[in-house]
Ligand binder design. Structure first.
Ligand SMILES: *Cc1c(COP(=O)(O)O)cnc(C)c1O
Length: 340
């Protein structure tokens, strides 16, 4: 049956699987010295319309933590939203990888940091008793299923850069946000002041492929050593690179994301039309958050849907549409709810 618990319950899309099969024939140099990996720098640079430097990784937690570890000193402050994945879902990996940097959670509406709140939170620069403002991390699309508008990103980056902070974007669902805003990847990142991006592929059609993307070569610094030291300089790198290359070719990533967003919008409307169900955040990408009465949760779970009604601040149930969600599965879910 179809599950809506996350977009990582899916398999990989056919284009990615075909690329893996092709990459599997013959031998190739290890640790990224293969043709798939070297072509990838060019591919990402084309997509982002500027020369970027990228490093593949196999989990979003590793991408985020590694990116933060090169952007923050061990005594740094990393500003984030209190609902952010780095604050709630990574078991202290950002603190561990940075060697003890301090996360500073903020509480803007709908899971998004506001420029005002951020600006008012920056404190302690130059005071030896305090951790030092170093990075702000925003998630796009964010943990509540909403997206930052370009002006919101720029406003945050301007404040950060004016005070010497770096700007990181957690893009576990980057493609869904690009598709939702209908802007270019460049506009949503470096043109809006993003310094380093955790680019996600796994949730939107890859098997296990992420990348840390640097928009400023001077920020790479010691990153190759941090990357290796963390165990993410993968010896058979060609397989991660082949996934990313196929994912970024022929608009596969955007097609997958557009489909997921369209299905989420359909499901969101269907759920919101049920009298007892309320959206707790607007649906702007592929995640839907609703307040769901307990009898409906129980009914759905009796039917095998594995609904967790304890998401975010513990008050929401989440439904996620993916690259391969089918309309008939949405109909089936809505009919199951209607029968309660
Ligand atoms: C899924 C996700 C990640 C990455 O998670 P991993 O399980 O480590 O791959 C990072 N950020 C956000 C917002 C996510 O939803």
């Amino acid at each position: 049956m179809a599950l809506f618990t996350s977009d990582n319950v899916t398999g990989a899309c056919p284009e990615v699987m075909d690329a893996l099969i092709k990459a599997n024939s013959g031998v190739a140099s290890s640790y990224g010295n293969d043709k798939w990996s070297s072509n990838l720098q060019k591919k990402f640079s084309e997509i982002f319309e500027t020369n970027v430097i990228i490093f593949p990784a196999t989990s979003g937690t590793a991408s985020n933590s590694l990116a933060l570890s090169v952007l923050s000193p061990v005594f740094g402050k990393i500003y984030c939203h209190e609902l952010s994945h780095i604050n709630t879902d990574e078991c202290g990996a950002p603190e561990f990888f940075t060697g003890g940097a301090k996360l500073i959670p903020m509480r803007g509406p709908d899971g998004k940091i506001t420029a005002k709140e951020f600006s008012e939170s920056i404190r302690g620069t130059g005071n030896v008793h305090l951790t030092q403002p170093a990075v702000i991390s925003i998630t796009q699309s964010c943990e509540t299923g909403t997206v930052y508008q370009l002006e919101e990103i720029s406003a945050i980056s301007e404040i950060a850069h004016a005070q010497g902070l770096k700007v990181h974007m957690d893009g576990a669902r980057f493609a869904n946000a690009v598709a939702s805003l209908n802007v270019s990847p460049a506009e949503m990142t470096w043109k809006s002041g993003i310094d380093v991006l955790s680019f996600g592929g796994t949730k939107n059609g890859c098997l296990a492929a992420e990348a840390i993307v640097f928009f400023k070569p001077e920020l790479v610094g010691n990153f190759p050593y941090l990357h290796k030291r963390s165990g993410h300089l993968i010896s058979k790198m060609r397989f991660v690179s082949a996934q990313l290359k196929a994912y970024l070719s022929n608009d596969v990533w955007l097609r997958n994301a557009r489909h997921a967003n369209t299905m989420a919008s359909l499901l969101s409307k269907g759920l919101a039309a049920v009298p007892d169900i309320k959206l707790v955040h607007p649906t702007q990408a592929n995640e839907i958050f609703v307040s769901l009465p307990n009898p409906i949760v129980k009914h759905l779970n009796d039917k095998g849907y594995e609904v967790n009604h304890d998401e975010l601040d513990g008050k929401a149930a989440r439904f996620v549409a993916a690259w391969n969600t089918e309309e008939k599965d949405i109909d089936k879910l809505l009919k199951t709810i209607a029968k309660k």
